[in-house]
Design a protein around this ligand. Structure first.
Ligand code: KIV
Ligand code: ZN
Length: 394
C-alpha cells in the first residue's frame, strides 16, 4: 500500500457551502494560488453546475493552476458532469468528483429513488465522467450511514466503471473514530476490486470529531486521501481542518508513517487569506493557526521554553509559517521571561537589584492588565534605579 497521503482541499467547494462564506471568482483565484503554493495535491475548485459564477471560477483556476490537480464536484447526472468537464477543460490535470446518496434515509426521503436506481445512476455517472478524464472520484453521500452490503455493491460497480478514487463521506458528522476506521477497512477488504482505487475520507465536524475520524481511517482503515479545508471551513460545523491533519501526520510520523507533499510553511498564510476573504475569524486557541497556538503565558512554561523549546512545543512555529513562537508577558510570567524581554528590547539593566525592582513594578502592572505591552515594559524599567527594591522575584 502507498505510503503517500493525498491532501484534497475543499475550501473552495465544501468550505464555500458554509453559510456566509461565499467567494467571488477573484477571491477563489487568490486562495487557489495559495493552495498551489502550499502544494496541496488536489484543489476542489467548486461545483460547476451550481452557478455561472462557480463555473467561471473553476475555469479560471483550471487555466492558471499547474501543479495541483483541479477538481469540480458534479451530481451523478449528465448535465452536471458535462458542465464540470467544460469548466475543467483548460486544466493541466483535472478530476471530476461525482456523487449520489446511498443511505436508505437519503434515497427514500430525498432522492425518492430505489437502491437499484441509485446503483445504476452511480455507475452511469462514473462511466460518463470517464469519457472526459481518467481521474474520476466517486462519493456515496451519507456513506457512513449507508447499509454496508449496498455500499459494497455500489463501490464495486463504480470501480468497474473506472472510478479511481472512492471517497466515503461522513456527511452529517455522525461517525466515531473506531467505527469509521472499521468501515473503511471493511470496504477495502470486502470489495473485490478495491485495490484499483484510492480510498478517501471526508468528515464533517458536527460532533467535533472530523480530524479524529479522518486520522483513524488513515491509520487503521487504510485511507490514503483526506478531504479537508483551511481553518476547517465547511457546511454547518465545518470539515476536517487541513492544518490539523497535515501537522498531525508530519509531527507523528512515528505513528502514521506517511509522507505528505504539503509545504507546511505556507499554512499560516493560507489560514490568514481564507479568514480575510470569508470574514470568519480564527479563534485564538485554534490548533496550529490560532494566535495562541505557539504563545506561552505562564511563568513555568516560559522558563521551560526559554531553556529548551521542546519542553512545551511539539512543533516549531516557523514550520507552519509563523515568524516565531511568542512569550506573552502578563501576570503569570516569571522573572526569566521578563529578563529575556528586556534584553530583546535593548533595555540596559545595571544590577540585579534594578532588575528585581523593575520586575516588581511589572508584576503590579500585570495584575491590572491582561497583557503588558513592550512600551509599558520599557517605561517601567526606566523609572529610575530603586535601591530599596523589595518583593522577592518569582
Ligand atoms: O459531505 C458530503 O457528503 C459531501 C459530498 C458531496 C462529498 O460534501
Ligand atoms: Zn461535505
Amino acid at each position: 500500500m502507498s505510503d503517500r497521503l493525498i491532501i484534497f482541499d475543499t475550501t473552495l467547494r465544501d468550505g464555500e457551502q458554509s453559510p456566509g462564506a461565499s467567494m467571488t471568482k477573484e477571491e477563489k483565484l487568490r486562495i487557489a494560488r495559495q493552495l498551489e503554493r502550499m502544494r496541496v495535491d488536489v484543489i476542489e475548485a467548486g461545483f460547476a453546475a451550481s452557478s455561472e459564477g462557480d463555473f467561471q471560477a473553476i475555469r479560471a483556476i483550471a487555466s492558471e493552476v499547474k501543479d495541483s490537480i483541479v477538481c469540480s464536484l458534479a451530481r451523478a447526472n449528465e448535465r452536471d458532469i458535462s458542465r464540470a468537464a467544460e469548466a475543467l477543460k483548460p486544466a493541466s490535470r483535472s478530476r471530476i468528483h461525482t456523487f449520489i446518496a446511498t443511505s436508505a434515509l437519503h434515497m427514500e426521503k430525498k432522492l425518492r429513488m430505489s437502491p437499484d436506481q441509485v446503483y445504476e445512476q452511480a455507475r452511469r455517472a462514473v462511466c460518463l465522467a470517464r469519457g472526459y478524464t481518467d481521474d474520476v472520484e466517486f462519493s456515496p453521500e451519507d456513506g457512513s450511514r449507508s447499509d454496508l452490503d449496498f455500499l459494497c455493491r455500489v463501490i464495486e460497480g463504480v470501480i468497474d466503471e473506472g472510478a479511481t478514487t472512492i471517497n466515503v463521506p461522513d456527511t452529517v458528522g455522525y461517525a466515531v473514530p473506531d467505527g469509521y476506521a472499521a468501515l473503511i477497512r471493511e470496504l477495502r477488504e470486502r470489495i473485490p476490486n478495491s485495490a484499483r482505487a484510492v480510498f478517501s475520507v471526508h468528515c464533517h465536524d458536527d460532533l467535533g470529531l472530523a480530524v479524529a475520524n479522518s486520522l483513524a481511517a488513515v491509520k487503521s482503515g487504510g485511507a490514503r486521501q483526506i478531504e479537508c479545508a483551511i481553518n476547517g471551513l465547511g457546511e454547518r460545523a465545518g470539515n476536517t481542518a487541513l492544518e490539523e491533519v497535515v501537522m498531525a501526520v508530519r509531527t507523528r510520523r512515528d505513528v502514521f508513517g506517511l509522507d505528505v507533499r504539503v509545504d507546511t510553511t505556507q499554512i499560516v498564510e493560507a489560514s490568514r487569506l481564507v479568514s480575510e476573504i470569508t470574514g470568519f475569524t480564527v479563534q485564538p486557541n485554534k490548533a496550529v493557526v490560532g494566535a495562541n497556538a505557539f504563545a506561552h503565558a505562564s511563568g513555568i512554561h516560559q522558563d521551560g521554553v526559554l531553556k529548551a523549546r521542546d519542553t512545551y512545543e511539539i512543533m516549531r512555529a516557523e514550520d507552519v509559517g509563523w515568524s516565531a513562537n511568542k512569550i506573552v508577558l502578563g501576570k503569570l510570567s516569571g522573572r526569566s521571561a521578563f529578563k529575556q524581554r528586556l534584553q530583546e528590547l535593548g533595555v540596559e539593566i545595571d544590577s540585579e537589584a534594578e532588575l528585581n525592582a523593575a520586575f516588581v513594578r511589572f508584576k503590579a502592572l500585570a495584575d491590572q492588565e491582561a497583557i503588558v505591552s513592550d512600551d509599558a515594559i520599557v517605561a517601567l524599567s526606566q523609572q529610575g534605579k530603586v535601591a530599596d527594591a523589595t518583593g522577592s522575584p518569582l
